[in-house]
Design a protein around this ligand. Structure first.
Ligand code: UGA
Length: 481
């Protein structure tokens, strides 16, 4: 049977898109050059951890509407081809590497037949620098009847299925939004169930559609770095960044999302998209306008260094000290370790000579690839055993729910750095932990109860509170406020 839709590039984006299109009732074929990935998906095995994807994949395969291939010839005849290829950072600079995308478009163009006068639609979903659609359209339009649209994808890992089937908006980029374009109706037909459910679709020029996506990711990165810059100010002044963020977020012009201060952003998108946006702005002669993004990147980088200096403040010399890092994925509910802040910090601690162990509920394979098997431990309890310092860097529920008293039984010394501001420092301090959180004053451990003085004995001179005592009391009061 000729599939109606093809999806080229079946990584996170493409695989979820292919299975979601089958879920909407279309006949779909997914293509990848990686035979192992294709075989796994065809056998119903998700090659990555993504909540809800396994069921979607199995349903698609069982319905007969979803299949996978490595052969471009199997795509010929489909009406709509989605491009879901990765656009990683170039090895030689900050710009995006478009080689996978260009190769795929050329390979597709080579197999596309003329479909009896009917148009064939190619829909780009990858995140690309502005100008890419027009360049690729030139290659594709050499084949009669083939038209290109750009339809950026905004899905988040961990919510990929939900974001694909119930997106905030659909953006369609076409060459000239001023004229009626049959491409819009073709894509509307594919997304009909979403449009009927009330999802807004916005039609605009290619360039605007490309810019929506890169600006969205740059804005999200900026928001995170903004609160992390404030976090540095909090550390310098004794304020608590979680108090600041909470109150800021209640202004609905600002909003509370993406104001979680901590070790900063990572992943396969925000860091590289921000740098690609900068590189592309420079190519277009407006590097100065977006120059602040360099600072956004620098703030993010400094948070990682800060974790290492905090570890030094707590342990002194790091060489030979046992440190357990909780988390390896760049965020919870994902096994993706691309540009993971957690793994980067673990690598820096290792460089400083520490005896590091890393654990994660899902990302052990990725951690092993980066740090080697001797550094990676399965299971939280085993990983905590013998730790002189615990560093929480990915906020999996399992780590957020740790019980401070029970955890202190497992470690060698109760010291914690909460790199995601997800633990209640008072609870941990009360259970005897020395806990430091990014952007919050140190939480003093409660002083041991004073032994009552024998009756008649007076408190002697020297008990006048020092400046340090006053500052500590003020910090404590702030932390409790
Ligand atoms: C991001 C965007 O959120 C998606 O809209 C976009 O489609 C996707 O990139 C993409 O371009 O494909 P994702 O990479 O899955 O999605 O991750 P996010 O949820 O954006 O988180 C990125 C990083 O920011 C994580 O490391 C997370 O821990 C960190 N973060 C997030 C914070 O440090 N603080 C916050 O308040 C929020």
């Amino acid at each position: 049977m000729t599939p109606k839709i093809s999806v080229i590039g079946i990584g996170y984006l493409g695989a979820v898109h292919a299975a979601s299109m089958a879920e909407l009732g279309h006949d779909v074929i997914g293509l990848d050059v990686d035979p192992e990935r294709v075989a796994a998906l065809q056998a119903g095995r998700a090659p990555f951890h993504e909540p809800g994807f396994d069921e979607l994949l199995r349903r698609g395969l069982a319905s007969g509407r979803l299949r996978f291939t490595t052969d471009y010839a199997d795509l010929a005849g489909a009406e709509v081809h989605f491009l879901g290829l990765g656009t990683p950072q170039r090895a030689d600079g900050m710009g995006a590497d478009l080689s996978h995308l260009r190769t795929a478009v050329a390979a597709l163009a080579a197999v596309l037949p003329a479909r009896d006068g009917a148009d064939t639609l190619v829909v780009g979903k990858s995140t690309v620098p502005v100008g890419t659609s027009r360049e690729l359209a030139e290659t594709l339009e050499q084949v009669a009847g083939v038209r290109l649209m750009w339809n950026p994808e905004f899905l988040r890992e961990g919510f990929a299925v939900q974001d694909t089937l119930t997106p905030d908006r659909l953006v369609y980029g076409i060459p000239d939004p001023g004229v009626r374009d049959q491409r819009v109706e073709m894509l509307d037909a594919i997304y009909a169930p979403l449009l009927e459910a009330g999802v807004t679709r916005l039609v605009m020029g290619y360039e605007a559609a490309e810019l929506v996506k890169v600006s969205a990711n740059a804005f999200l990165a900026t928001k995170i770095s903004f609160i992390n810059a404030v976090s540095e100010m909090c550390e310098a002044t004794g304020a608590d960044v979680t108090d600041v963020a909470r109150a800021l977020g209640m202004d609905d012009r600002i909003g509370s999302k993406f104001l979680r201060a901590g070790v900063g952003y990572g992943g396969g998108c925000l860091p590289k998209d921000l740098r690609a946006f900068l590189a592309s702005a420079e190519e277009h002669g407006v590097g100065e306008a977006l120059g602040f993004l360099r600072e956004v990147d620098a703030v993010n980088e400094r948070r990682r260094t800060r974790v290492v200096t905090l570890a030094e403040e707590m342990l002194g010399e790091l060489a030979g000290r046992r440190i357990t890092v909780l988390g390896a994925a760049f965020k919870p509910d994902s096994d993706d370790v691309r540009d993971s802040p957690a793994l980067d910090v673990a690598a820096r601690l290792l460089e400083a000579g520490a005896d590091v162990r890393v654990t994660d509920p899902e990302a052990l394979a990725g951690a092993t690839r980066r740090l080697g098997p001797e550094r990676v431990v399965a299971g939280t309890t085993a990983a905590l055993h013998g730790a002189e310092l615990v560093v929480l860097l990915t906020e999996w529920r399992e780590y957020r729910d740790l019980d401070p008293a029970a955890t202190s039984e497992l470690v060698e010394a109760p010291r914690m750095i909460d790199g995601r501001n997800v633990l209640d420092p008072r609870d941990w301090a009360e259970a005897g932990w020395e806990i430091r959180s990014l952007g919050r004053a140190p939480t003093p451990r409660p002083a041991p109860r004073p032994t009552p003085l024998p009756s008649g004995q007076r408190v002697l001179a020297g008990t006048t509170p020092s400046r340090q005592d006053i500052a500590l009391a003020a910090a404590r009061q702030l932390a409790r406020a």
